[in-house]
Design a protein around this ligand. Structure first.
Ligand code: ASP
Ligand code: MG
Length: 460
């Protein structure tokens, strides 16, 4: 049998009919692609998030469901069995509206997850049909029969052992002579409730399936031709990276490069499965190969930017030569499930950063948590910061890396620096307003003028 590739298509890749057709041809052109994981069609999950909220009137619910229907009908109208498919879509939407009614009566995260799962349920059914129209023998498969999770709705944790067993029992036998089309993002808990793995989780689902199936490759098809040296919206000089190691790519995903769900590389690294990231719009343009060993390991590979960071500094003279103070601080944070990203310490103070994408972190940090911390120490909270991560190789072992970075952005105030814990990054905070400028200047030096640490170190 040919090698097995798990191919994942993101929301824009299955957002309309021309996009789905392009993806179908990608599958057709490589017989290795026998497991296809799809996201919901672009825009659908956002609509479902609205639908899962409390206090919607029934007319608001109907309007949201109609918008979902329009997105899907817009695709099915291009298919020969349109009527039959629309009937199927309608059946699914009737079920969806029942859950929406339940949710408006009493909000629950359990029902919210069921509601969110409908996007992938719809897109996978429709994509299986599109594959058939290009003569690919495709079969729809409900991933919930294998993707075993716990009951943490909204961020369910997958039982990878159970997933593997289930895949060998139920999925592997299907792969001999057909392409299986299934859903990203969703799973099922031990009580048979639908769960979700968190927003953007389809990449992660695909990686978990690749691991469970012992696949040879994982292909993530999206709307950009791979991973870039930095966000192309910041500088049009950003360019695609051909090849990058797991370690570097994992840092990029964690530090804000939006291209992959941060957890995606964990199963791939565990099982040493090479990951390809490419554009389903331009499959011939190549993409980025993420793998264990790469032919070049430059000091500077890319620059990631994560906005909306909160910096909390705690200060206590009692920390001087004392033990146990940090444990107390972290206990408070753990109790409120706040996850710390970067930390620097001095003898009597600790500075920590928190990612604040939804505002909930900030809300917590402004109230209860601060009050609890204030019982232990002085606390200050700063917002409006951006985290810049310069990513590369052996950065902690080369002289001149720090001076190279900070000389380049010498006009910009740097608020906090983290270096040394990882060989793959040097991170720091700057004010939100100066973040783009800092990235542009660094990109120019490292990727346009090709400045290397030794050059600057000797020049200065
Ligand atoms: N449809 C889900 C979302 O939009 C999962 C995904 O696309 O990865 O978050
Ligand atoms: Mg995505």
């Amino acid at each position: 049998m040919s090698k097995l590739t798990v191919a994942k298509f993101g929301g824009t890749s299955v957002g309309d009919y021309p996009a789905m057709l392009r993806c179908a041809n990608i599958i057709k052109n490589d017989t290795g692609n026998r497991v296809v994981v799809v996201s919901a069609s672009a825009g659908v999950t956002n609509l479902l998030v609205r639908l899962s909220q409390a206090n919607l009137s029934s007319s608001e619910q109907v309007s949201i469901i109609n918008q979902v229907r329009d997105i899907q009908y817009n695709i099915t109208q291009n298919l020969v069995n349109q009527a039959e498919l629309n009937q199927e879509v309608d059946g699914i939407l009737v079920e969806l509206s029942e859950y929406a009614k339940l949710q408006s009566a009493e909000v629950s995260s359990k029902i919210a997850d069921t509601i969110l799962s409908f996007g992938e349920q719809l897109s996978s059914r429709i994509f299986a049909q599109v594959l058939k129209t290009v003569q690919v023998n495709a079969q729809y498969f409900d991933v919930r029969s294998v993707m075993q999770t716990n009951s943490s709705f909204g961020k369910a944790v997958v039982d990878t052992e159970k997933l593997k067993q289930n895949c060998h029992q139920l999925l592997v036998p299907l792969l001999t002579n057909q392409v299986v089309v299934t859903q990203g993002f969703i799973g099922k808990d031990y009580d048979n409730n639908t769960t979700t793995l968190g927003r953007g989780g389809s990449d992660y689902s695909a990686a978990l399936l690749a691991e469970a199936l012992n696949a040879d490759n994982l292909a993530i098809w999206t709307d950009v031709v791979g991973i870039f040296t930095t966000d192309p919206r910041i500088t049009d000089k950003a360019r695609a990276i051909n090849e990058i190691s797991f370690g570097e790519a994992a840092e990029m995903a964690t530090f804000g490069a939006k291209i992959l769900h941060p957890a995606t590389l964990i199963p791939a690294m565990r099982h040493n499965i090479p990951v390809f990231v490419g554009s389903s719009k331009e499959p011939n343009k190549g993409g980025t190969y993420i793998q264990k060993t790469v032919s070049s390991t430059p000091t500077y590979r890319s620059i990631a930017l994560r906005r909306e960071q909160t910096l909390v500094t705690v200060k206590s003279p009692a920390m001087l030569h004392a033990s146990g103070f940090l444990a107390k601080v972290f206990n408070v944070l753990a109790k409120h499930q706040l996850s710390v990203d970067l930390i620097t310490t001095s003898e009597i103070s600790v500075a920590m950063t928190f990612d604040n994408p939804t505002g909930t972190t900030q809300a917590l940090l402004n109230s209860t948590v601060v009050q609890e911390l204030e019982k232990l120490c002085e606390v200050s909270v700063e917002n409006g910061l951006s985290l810049i991560a310069v990513i590369g190789n052996k950065m902690q072992q080369k002289s001149g890396v720090g001076s190279c970075i900070f000389d380049t952005i010498s006009g910009i105030n740097v608020r906090m620096i983290c270096h040394g814990a990882s060989e793959h990054n040097l991170c720091f905070l700057v004010n939100e307003e100066q973040a783009n400028l800092a990235v542009e200047q660094l990109h120019k030096a490292f990727f346009e003028q090709n400045v290397k640490p030794t050059e600057l170190a000797t020049a200065s």
